[in-house]
Design a protein around this ligand. Structure first.
Ligand SMILES: [Zn+2]
Length: 272
């Protein structure tokens, strides 16, 4: 599932190409996504120019010159492609935004958990109200996290995954962050010290920055807008490595299931 770095890599790759393009038509595939706008709604975008491609958490926001927003969530397997007329057709394409230049923006999603929704001018997509602070936001500080988690027993890994406090973190980057911070994934958030939150934040930001620079993580189907796979998987230190030696101390990496998700950690380095 694409997390913040993958979505950010896609945003940066697409923004340079899409901004300034004018949509002339929208067409649709025959299968439906989990949540999607109806074709006549999207067809109303004909004539609109794309002014900006933004990101909030794992959402991409296509801003148009008449104030509308197309909200895109890639779900498990969603991919965006920017194509010229010469590209071969792709399977599992749900939407095609045809541009005046002859280029096309395609949304493809094999498992169809993604979302493509349209909001009129002046309407903030309701899903964004649930999105927490951006990891690079200056408002996100150890003090802010400590104040919001005081007295709570929830395991830190589940809180990081939740997205309502800190946006955009999924299973991979939660595991890598907690390993880098030396914190056990089951640590109750109310017991994390200010220093502990400082370490978590610093690790999170460093890992996200590196992942964005490396082009995101290659797990299953993530690829950027031109179909190039991310390279960060080679830098994953605990995720998906159960039984392999910890890169720091050599103890076998352990796996446990938390909130239905696999959690990877070093029992020695992250003893809590
Ligand atoms: Zn270790």
């Amino acid at each position: 599932m694409p997390e913040l770095p993958e979505v950010e890599v896609i945003r940066r790759g697409l923004a340079t190409k899409l901004v300034g393009e004018r949509i002339v038509a929208v067409s649709q595939g025959d299968k439906r996504l989990r949540r999607q706008a109806e074709l006549p709604e999207l067809e109303s975008l004909a004539g609109c120019a794309i002014t900006r491609l933004a990101r909030r958490g794992k959402y991409l926001l296509l801003r148009l010159d008449r104030g509308q927003t197309v909200l895109i969530h890639l779900g498990m397997t969603g991919r965006l492609f920017f194509q010229t007329d010469h590209c071969p057709p792709l399977p599992h394409v749900h939407f095609v935004f045809h541009c005046q230049s002859g280029h096309k923006l395609l949304y493809q999603d094999v498992r169809r958990f993604g979302q493509v929704l349209l909001y009129p001018a002046g309407v903030t997509p309701p899903a964004l109200a649930q999105v927490g602070l951006e990891p690079f936001s200056r408002r996100l500080t150890p003090e802010w996290l400590a104040a919001r988690t005081a007295g709570r027993h929830r395991p830190i890994k589940n809180l990081l995954l939740d997205g309502r406090l800190v946006a955009g973190i999924g299973n991979i980057y939660a595991a890598e962050t907690l390993f880098a911070a030396g914190m056990h994934p089951q640590t109750p958030v109310g017991q994390v010290s200010l220093k502990g939150w400082g370490k978590v934040l610093q690790s999170l930001r460093r890992i996200l920055r590196r992942a964005i620079r490396a082009g995101g993580t290659t797990i299953a189907t993530f690829a950027d807008c031109e179909g190039q796979s991310g390279l960060f998987a080679v830098q994953l230190r605990v995720y998906g490595r159960a039984g392999e030696p910890c890169p720091i101390c050599g103890t076998p990496i352990a796996r446990l299931v938390m909130a239905g998700r696999s959690t990877f950690f070093c029992p020695a380095c992250q003893s809590g």
